[in-house]
Design a protein around this ligand. Structure first.
Ligand code: SF4
Ligand code: F3S
Length: 106
């Protein structure tokens, strides 16, 4: 399973959803998640993210392990997204900012 991690928060570029063959992305106000039971591990989304926020659960950067549970939880609550949308106007300013987990809107 692939996991969306912290750097997606406030960036939400949505390039990832365009390539997912099984449409397993779910959208919140300022973050996207992957449904762990639907992801087929194709890895196509990983290189598409301009924020480099997508990782295999086996290769998560240190400190990002909590996003496994966050993805599983929010994928059950948020609506599916299968088309690219406009990112927030200030997305580039948030790219790489540490500590964005405090900004996650559920
Ligand atoms: Fe979709 Fe493949 Fe990414 Fe899983 S790894 S979320 S199936 S594009
Ligand atoms: Fe987020 Fe990257 Fe997709 S910023 S919305 S995981 S392209």
């Amino acid at each position: 399973t692939f996991v969306v991690t912290e750097n997606c928060i406030q960036c939400k570029y949505t390039d990832c959803v365009e390539v997912c063959p099984v449409d397993c992305f779910y959208e919140g106000p300022n973050f996207l998640v992957i449904h762990p039971d639907e992801c087929i591990d194709c890895a196509l989304c990983e290189p598409e993210c301009p924020a480099e926020a997508i990782f295999s659960e086996d290769e998560l950067p240190e400190g990002q392990e909590k996003f496994i549970e966050i993805n599983a939880d929010l994928a059950e609550k948020w609506p599916n997204i299968n088309e690219r949308g406009d990112p927030p106007a200030d997305a580039d300013e948030w790219n790489g900012v540490p500590g964005k987990i405090d900004k996650l809107t559920r």
